[in-house]
Design a protein around this ligand. Structure first.
Ligand SMILES: NC(=O)c1ccc[n+]([C@@H]2O[C@H](COP(=O)([O-])OP(=O)(O)OC[C@H]3O[C@@H](n4cnc5c(N)ncnc54)[C@H](OP(=O)(O)O)[C@@H]3O)[C@@H](O)[C@H]2O)c1
Length: 255
């Protein structure tokens, strides 16, 4: 019988920011591919709803409600997942925010809030999970959700672009350091995807027109457009891929 190269049966995935948007779709997609899933965000009611959906697929779901910017709590959160599942095979660092501001208006508070979740929390999640993966000796996959803005500039996004470019390079450093342990570290960099995060600026007709003018496929993404890329990077199909930033950007960065 032919092996399904995208099968995640028996794997354990942790997805941050999995209460809604891209993270929710990724958590459900990984469960559909066979994985049990650990969920984390600050809103328990959203996590509970996603957990129920995962359980209805016949997979195990464990939700931890936490603010990941409290990075000193991250090792305890990761331990909670390890206690519940035994180990972690896949981490998807998805939790993130954006606060669009002209460079002249960026506040210290906004800069720190963006960096704290998009870059700092993502690194320390990877560090904690990476330590567990190294200790277990089973290898693993870490997938960071960055953005096309980690590679190209966009107005009103000085801090956001910096956080995503930083996470792209952290991805490569971790790939380099952890290859000897069989831990493959990659990023998925989407273009505009219609979620709560983008609702406000994608409802501005002028911005929509600008964004579509850069987009070769002439449509914004859906959360589902990101799921396949994550499943690929989490699965045996990508076993020779590490340190890569997979653009899911409708060709935005191709020209
Ligand atoms: N949508 C896009 O167009 C797009 C494009 C490129 C990249 N991305 C990236 O994709 C990721 C998800 O975006 P999205 O559009 O799905 O956003 P979203 O709908 O706003 O969801 C963000 C998720 O992150 C969680 N989160 C935010 N701050 C957190 C914190 N301090 N601690 C724990 N969880 C936190 C949120 O839950 P709580 O608020 O309940 O904590 C929520 O579950 C982000 O990293 C974003 O930068 C999005």
């Amino acid at each position: 019988m032919k092996r399904n190269r995208f099968d995640l049966s028996g794997r354990v995935a942790v997805v941050t920011g999995s209460g809604r948007g891209i993270g929710k779709a990724v958590a459900l997609g990984l469960a559909e591919a066979g994985a049990d899933v650990g969920l984390v965000s600050r809103t328990p009611a959203e996590l509970e709803r996603v957990s129920e959906e995962i359980r209805s697929l016949g997979r195990k779901a464990v939700a931890v409600s936490a603010d990941l910017t409290k990075v000193q709590d991250i090792p305890h959160i990761v331990k909670e997942f390890v206690r519940a599942f035994g180990h972690i095979d896949i981490l998807v660092n998805n939790a993130g925010i954006n606060i669009p501001q002209e460079a002249t208006d960026v506040t210290v508070d906004a800069w720190d809030r963006i960096m704290d979740i998009n870059l700092k929390a993502s690194f320390f999640m990877a560090q904690s999970v990476g330590r567990e993966m190294i200790r277990e000796g089973r290898g693993g996959r870490i997938i960071n959700i960055t953005s096309q803005t980690g590679s190209v500039a966009l107005v009103k996004r000085a801090a956001y672009c910096a956080s995503k470019a930083g996470l792209n390079l952290v991805t490569k450093v971790l790939a380099l350091e952890w290859a000897p342990y069989g831990i493959l570290v990659n990023a998925v960099a989407p273009t505009f995807i219609e979620t709560e995060l983008t609702k406000e600026f994608l409802s501005d007709p002028e911005f929509r027109q600008y964004a579509l003018s850069k987009n070769l496929l002439k449509r914004f993404g859906t959360v589902d457009d990101v799921v396949g890329a994550v499943i690929y990077l989490a699965s045996p199909a990508s076993s020779l891929v590490t340190g890569h930033v997979l653009m899911v950007d409708a060709g935005w960065t191709a020209h």
